[in-house]
Design a protein around this ligand. Structure first.
Ligand code: PAF
Length: 279
C-alpha cells in the first residue's frame, strides 16, 4: 500500500493506473462504517484509494478540531488489511497553501439542518471534497448515509459542476445496541454512552409510527422530541422529517422521508438518521 503526502505524488500515481479507481474520503480514526465503504470500493473498482485528512475548514471555531481523534498508524494498518492500494494523507499546508482563497459552496441545501447549526461546515466539506475528487480522479467516491445531508450536498455539487465521478451512498453501520458508528463516539464516556442510544430509539419510534400508518410529519417530530426530552443528558438540536433530496420539511409522509436528528449528549453533538418508505 502506497502512502502519499503530496498532491503531485497522487497525480503521478493516478496517471499510470489502468481501470476504475474508487475513492473513500475520510477524516481518519477509522471504524467499521469506513471499512464498509472500503469493501464496497474493493468489490466495484480495480483500485482503491482512501484519503485521511482532518479538514480544518469544516470545523467552526470552538468545535472539536483540536481534539478530533487521530491514530494514523492504526488507520494505515486497517487499510493495509483491506488491501487498499493507496492512502492520501496530506498536511493542512498541502491542501490549503498560504494564500488559499477559493471555495466551493452549494447554496440552499446547506442552509438547513446541519447547516443551520454549523453555517460554515458545508463550505469546508464541499471545498475539500471537490479538491479530493480533482486530485484523485476516481470513477466512484463512497460516502456513508450517516451524514445524509453531506451525501445530498456532495451529490448536488457533483451534478452542478459536472464532476465526472459517481457518488455512492452506503448504509449506516451500527453497534449491536443501535448506536450509529462515528469517530466522535470516542467522546462518549460512562452514562453518555448509554444516553446516546436515545437517537436510535427516537428513529425506531419514527419508524414504528410510520409503519403504524401515521402520515403527519409534525406528529412524528413531536413524539421523537418528547422521547429525547425524557433523557436528562440529552438536548435536541433539531429533529427533521424531510424530502431526502431537497431536505425541505414534509407535512405529510407521502413519499420517502429522511428522518434525521442532531442531539447533544453532555458535550458531544451526535447525528443519526433513517429513511422511511424507501424500500
Ligand atoms: O465525512 C467525512 O469524514 C468528511 O466530512 C469528509 C467527507 C471526509 C470531508 O472532509
Amino acid at each position: 500500500m502506497r502512502v502519499f503526502r503530496t498532491v503531485a505524488e497522487v497525480r503521478s500515481w493516478r496517471r499510470q493506473l489502468a481501470g476504475d479507481l474508487g475513492l473513500v474520503p475520510t477524516m481518519g480514526y477509522l471504524h467499521e462504517g469506513h471499512l464498509s465503504l472500503v469493501r464496497a470500493a474493493r468489490a466495484a473498482d480495480a483500485h482503491v484509494a482512501v484519503s485521511i485528512f482532518v479538514n480544518p475548514t469544516q470545523f467552526a471555531p470552538g468545535e472539536d478540531l483540536a481534539r478530533y481523534p487521530r491514530d494514523e498508524a492504526r488507520d494505515l494498518a486497517l487499510l493495509e488489511a483491506e488491501r487498499v492500494d493507496a492512502v492520501f494523507a496530506p498536511s493542512v499546508a498541502e491542501m490549503y497553501p498560504p494564500g488559499f482563497s477559493t471555495w466551493v459552496e452549494v447554496e440552499g441545501l446547506t442552509a438547513r439542518l446541519e447547516g443551520a447549526s454549523r453555517p460554515t461546515h458545508f463550505r469546508g466539506v464541499t471545498t475539500v471534497v471537490a479538491k479530493l475528487l480533482d486530485i484523485v480522479q476516481p470513477r466512484r467516491a463512497y460516502f456513508g448515509q450517516k451524514d445524509a445531508q453531506q451525501l445530498a450536498v456532495v451529490r448536488r455539487m457533483v451534478r452542478d459542476l459536472d464532476i465526472d465521478a459517481e457518488i455512492i451512498g452506503l448504509p449506516i453501520v451500527r453497534e449491536a445496541d443501535g448506536l450509529a458508528l462515528s469517530s466522535r463516539n470516542v467522546y462518549l464516556a460512562g452514562d453518555d454512552r448509554r444516553a446516546a442510544l436515545v437517537l436510535s430509539r427516537a428513529l425506531a419510534l419514527a419508524r414504528r409510527m410510520s409503519d403504524g400508518g401515521v402520515r403527519e410529519a409534525k406528529a412524528i417530530r413531536a413524539e421523537m422530541e418528547a422521547l429525547i426530552r425524557a433523557e436528562p443528558r440529552a438536548s435536541v438540536d433539531y429533529v427533521s422529517v424531510a424530502d431526502p433530496d431537497t431536505l425541505v420539511e414534509l407535512e405529510t409522509i407521502d413519499r420517502p422521508a429522511l428522518v434525521s436528528l442532531a442531539v447533544r449528549i453532555g458535550g458531544t453533538r451526535l447525528i443519526d438518521n433513517t429513511i422511511l418508505g424507501a424500500e
